[in-house]
Design a protein around this ligand. Structure first.
Ligand code: ATP
Ligand code: MN
Length: 486
């Protein structure tokens, strides 16, 4: 028989729901706050399992002073105690500590995460510790649930997850600047007799980059497995310091054989609604916290800039409305005739058909004109990638962008050109070397079929679901220009 029964730690998310009063429990976590009154200290302990803290009551007659003097915000503790019903508001129970062990000290003069509200800017500079705030705990739990929901959505529909390469030799889309991958000594790379850098000497025997999209390889898989999706890291060296762009982000890219652009739009709309519903169903507590944060933030804004809807109302709003589906050409007409265009409120006024849409235009369509998510289709071929299905009009391609409130483009996709001749002709026009793409073109040579797909930026989805305003706050360790600390 064991003499010392080692008790198992109970997660605080479980503990806070327990009504097993009188039982002995062990909890571990990090101190959020300590409040001392008369002969007791009240310690709020959090272990990240939920927003809720365990309320620890440390009586001075039981817990010795040396231990108590070491308990500060940030200290990690192991607490053994008795679960008792709480008289206080806001919690069911509390733990009357019988034994407290300090696992790790935290110097109150040096610990950056004080028990007060910090600015998001400050928290970005302390991204190594911001997980320990209520806000980043909530965001990262929601992030996990969304990742899981994405896999569940596709798995339930018979899609296969395919890992596409992170290191690639092709800039498939010209989707932006790429990060180069090399093992060369950059001060002294091998050179050809003509003094050019000799890439044949590099690790892969050619120039390689970090991927900007898994689509081309995804297409290869879809033209055999019928329904696939990728969910991987994506890299774009775009030097744009916006609140919606990261240099390293995660993208979900389904690709479906025997599916046209209409099927593609249906899939995108179903997926987004599923994910939003999943968040409402599985992240209620964290969403409530995020919603309250937004309400507090809104109070500081002038009346006319405040949002009419709370976070969860915005989420439900997406569920309740069929996305508006219109063509690019129709959108240009709406924008040209809009009050924002006429009163010069656009930073980039719409000049003519063929112009690329800025996020201010996308948001106008969604937030002011239709007041619901919008799917724009049939863009001018000049502003879209070579692989998109050419429409019979000779001017447009079967592209589709899904536009969301606050965010603008959340999904970009298309039906793909499955006709070998049309595809290679377009590649020539756009100076894309067909020889190096032989493997991609082989799918059009051998058993080509109609197929479609799209890319969802995972952090753009996270912006929408959490109501956060800056993409740097919905990924644990953001990579942006001049920023790769942590
Ligand atoms: P944008 O016009 O907003 O820069 P894009 O048209 O370049 O986006 P796509 O190539 O269509 O983007 O990529 C598909 C999706 O990936 C986008 O709809 C968006 O959700 C997301 N995305 C694209 N670039 C970024 C980025 N730099 N950071 C985060 N997400 C991105
Ligand atoms: Mn796009």
């Amino acid at each position: 028989r064991k003499k010392n029964k080692i008790m198992k730690r109970i997660k605080i998310s479980e503990l806070t729901n327990s009504e097993d009063f009188g039982s002995e429990v062990v909890v571990m976590g990090w101190v959020r706050t300590v409040r001392v009154s008369k002969n007791v200290a009240f310690i709020a302990l959090n272990d990240g399992s939920s927003l809720r803290n365990a309320q620890i009551v440390a009586d001075f007659s039981t817990i010795n002073e040396d231990i108590l003097s070491r308990i500060h915000t940030g200290t990690s503790l192991s607490v053994v105690g008795k679960l008792v019903e709480s008289m206080g508001k806001g919690q069911k129970n509390e733990v009357q500590a019988t034994k407290i062990e300090v696992l790790g000290d935290s110097d109150p003069d040096l610990y950056p995460m004080q028990a007060k509200r910090h600015s998001l800017e400050f928290l970005r500079e302390n991204a190594h510790l911001r997980f320990r705030t209520n806000l980043f705990g909530a965001i990262n739990r929601v992030r996990h649930h969304m990742i899981f929901a994405i896999h569940k959505f596709f798995n339930d529909r018979g899609f296969y997850n395919v890992h596409t390469p992170i290191i690639t030799a092709s800039d498939c889309e010209g989707a932006g600047e790429m990060f180069q991958v090399t093992t060369f000594d950059i001060n002294n790379p091998p050179r050809t007799p003509e003094k050019e850098i000799d890439w044949s000497e590099d690790f892969f025997g050619r120039q390689t980059n970090l991927t900007v999209s898994g689509q081309l390889e995804g297409e290869l898989a879809a033209l055999a497995l019928s329904q696939i999706y990728t969910f991987g890291p994506t890299f774009r060296a775009e030097n744009s310091n916006t609140s919606r762009h990261l240099a390293e982000f995660w993208m979900i890219e389904p690709e479906v054989a025997f599916a046209d652009i209409h099927d593609n739009m249906d899939l995108a709309e179903d997926m987004l609604k599923y994910l939003v519903q999943y968040a409402l169903d599985n992240c209620a507590e964290d969403l409530e916290f995020l919603e309250q944060r937004l309400i507090n933030e809104e109070k500081e804004k002038p009346q006319n800039e405040r949002s009419a809807m709370t976070l969860r109302e915005k989420l439900r709003f997406v569920l309740d409305n069929k996305f508006e589906r219109i063509t690019y050409t129709e959108a240009i007409e709406i924008l040209k005739n809009s009050p924002d265009q006429k009163k010069n409120r656009f930073a980039y006024p719409i000049k003519e058909w063929g112009a690329d849409l800025q996020s201010e235009h996308e948001r106008y369509l969604v937030e002011k004109h239709f007041k619901k998510p919008v799917i724009l289709t049939d863009y001018p071929k000049e502003i879209k990638a070579f692989y998109m299905k050419q429409n019979p009009d000779g001017k447009t391609v079967a592209a589709m962008d899904v536009l969301f409130p606050q965010i603008g483009e959340i999904i970009g996709g298309s039906q793909r050109e499955e006709d070998l001749d049309k595809l290679t002709t377009r590649m020539k026009e756009m100076n894309i070397p067909a020889e190096s793409m032989w493997w991609y073109l082989d799918t059009r040579r051998f058993g080509t079929v109609v197929h479609s797909g799209y890319g969802l930026g995972f952090e753009r989805l996270m912006l929408f679901v959490t109501g956060m305003g800056n993409i740097r706050d919905v990924i644990p360790f953001p990579r942006t220009p001049k920023n790769a600390e942590f």
